[in-house]
Write a protein that binds this ligand. Structure first.
Ligand code: NAD
Length: 331
């Protein structure tokens, strides 16, 4: 099958080509993000392979269908960037990578948490300039602290296990109560208790209409003063402007983001020689107690191998007319 791979970077070429070596699909790599302006690149391709910031809305899906595309293969877990109903109306099937390495994301969340807590980003810069002073680098022990995990699915549960290993108490918040989460030795709590007690809040729920801006001015006003917020899930879970106000007032003690609400035009690109036209992000980056990584939590060798192997296997299932193991059905 001919597959148009959008948002393709060097590592996508390397790992997808390796995964495809036996399957023998025809891969056409495009660095461009899929959107209305670039959809013509997929003409004649029965499948498109998309990543987190490609846009498969109603307009794009109609254009894809007109060009002969019958399958959208997402090489990621989240699918908030695909209009599933429009895809079904166009006769396009959608598959994703349900699970690859949840460890990659959970471990990155821990790395961000400890960086922001122990000021590793600041120490790194200081010591390179032979500044070995400790002022401003004071952190806290994780042992004995309370951690809130919002979304206790695959990633949230691994993050929980690691936090319990540090000696933290873990409070879960989820619309679905998982016995596996409780079996780890954590418990569920209401939003009010999380607000009162959590020293650290880590987001691991998907972006849906219900979770958009789940962290907003109101919820921030109820968190424990000085709490740390970690978001490795999706940018729009957080109202960024409200978070900036909370950082300015000290209500939030620190913020670590791997995802950002307006990341689609920024992340996965080298913009170091340009003036970035995003005042909100620039303001965020001006705080000493904020760390931003560019949606890299998934980016481990193990995870990317599994992502590419699963994606190629899904395309092969489709090509063979088999049931799709990783299909996402329209709601
Ligand atoms: P999962 O489906 O296993 O778990 C998600 C959990 O969120 C479920 O338990 C679900 O019940 C819960 N949830 C849904 N709606 C909720 C709500 N309104 N309030 C609270 N909880 C709610 O998913 P996962 O594999 O653990 O992934 C979680 C998220 O991580 C994904 O949706 C994706 O956005 C993000 N992610 C980020 C990266 C990255 O590189 N930064 C990589 C993979 C996944």
């Amino acid at each position: 099958m001919k597959i148009a791979v959008f948002s393709a970077r060097r590592y996508d070429r390397e790992f997808l080509s390796a995964a495809n070596s036996l399957a023998g699909h025809q891969l056409a790599f495009f660095e461009a993000r899929l959107e209305a302006q670039t959809v013509a690149l997929a003409a004649g391709c029965e499948a498109v392979c998309l990543f987190v910031n490609d846009l498969a809305d109603d307009v794009v899906l109609k254009a894809l269908a007109a060009g002969g595309t019958r399958l959208v293969a997402l090489r990621c877990t989240g699918f908030n960037n695909v209009d599933l109903k429009a895809a079904a109306d166009c006769g396009i099937k959608v598959v994703r990578v349900v699970s690859y390495s949840p460890y990659a994301v959970a471990e990155h969340a821990v790395a961000l948490l400890q960086s922001i807590n122990r000021k590793i980003h600041r120490a790194y810069n200081r010591t390179r300039d032979s500044n070995f002073a400790l002022d401003g680098l004071l952190g806290f022990d994780l042992n004995g602290k309370t951690v809130a995990v919002v979304g206790t699915g695959k990633i949230g549960r691994i993050f929980t296990k690691i936090m319990l290993g540090f000696g933290c108490e873990v409070l879960g918040y989820d619309v679905f109560h998982s016995p596996e989460f409780e079996a780890l030795g954590a418990r569920y709590a209401a939003a009010a208790e999380i607000g009162e007690r959590a020293d650290i809040i880590s987001l691991h729920c998907p972006l849906t209409p219900e979770t958009k801006h789940i962290v907003n001015a109101h919820t921030l006003s109820r968190v424990k003063r000085g709490a740390l917020l970690i978001n490795t899930s999706r940018g729009a879970l957080v109202d960024t402007e409200a978070v900036i106000e909370a950082l300015k007032s000290g209500q939030l003690g620190g913020l670590a983001l791997d995802v950002y609400e307006q990341e689609a035009d920024l992340f996965y690109r080298d913009l170091s020689n340009t003036v970035v036209d995003d005042d909100v992000l620039q303001r965020l980056l001006s705080f000493p107690n904020v760390i931003v990584t560019g949606h890299q939590a998934f980016f481990t060798r193990e995870a990317i191998s599994t992502i590419c192997e699963t994606t190629i296997a899904s395309v092969s299932e489709f090509a063979a007319g088999l049931a799709l193991s990783n299909e996402i059905l329209a709601p």
